[in-house]
Write a protein that binds this ligand. Structure first.
Ligand SMILES: [Zn+2]
Length: 174
């Protein structure tokens, strides 16, 4: 699939871009790396969880509209559209691992976030893709009509720590 239509509008009066009605910003690898460094450096705040939750929440808000606007109803097509949407937003390549209709995990061989980190700060000992994990959780929850936090996504390998790809595992609800 490479034909998703996205509703991106520009308000000339406020100089603001909107994606499905929500304001968005276009940023560079310096921005995302510094944001991650800030949220990851506090000993008092779990910044990774905040970023994960934000990504999950905004994905839940938008991905259903992507399916609706593109007349996508089949489950496998929804996952393919979510992979394409991730790429169109500039976050890289994402592939869901689906076995018997159930998502077991996902992987990303090209990722804007971990590549940005390594370009700016070099490799790190642990994973960094909180946003991608939250995105994956949000997609699965929307497709399964489940509320936020129904699925838990963990990153087990990351490009930012030397892995050839980022690997995510999905824990289904009990
Ligand atoms: Zn990663």
């Amino acid at each position: 699939m490479d034909s998703l239509r996205l509703n991106i509008d520009y308000d000339d009066r406020t100089k603001t871009l909107y994606l499905y009605g929500s304001s968005i910003t276009i940023h560079c690898h310096h921005y995302i790396s510094n944001l991650l460094k800030m949220i990851d450096s506090s000993p008092y705040v779990d910044g990774g969880s905040i970023m994960y939750d934000a990504a999950e929440k905004v994905t839940i808000k938008h991905i259903g509209r992507v399916f609706e606007k593109n007349n996508i109803t089949a489950t496998d097509e929804k996952y393919a559209a979510a992979e394409e949407f991730f790429g169109k937003l500039g976050f890289g390549r994402l592939k869901f691992d689906i076995i018997n209709g159930e998502v077991k995990g996902a992987s990303s061989s090209v990722g804007f976030i971990p590549k940005s980190w390594t370009l700016k700060y070099g490799e790190r000992p642990d994973h960094i893709c909180y946003f991608t994990a939250g995105y994956i959780a949000g997609v699965i929850e929307v497709i399964n009509n489940a509320p936020q936090s129904s699925y838990e996504v963990s990153e087990t390998a990351c490009i930012a720590s030397g892995s050839p790809e980022c690997v995510f595992v999905v824990r289904s609800p009990i």
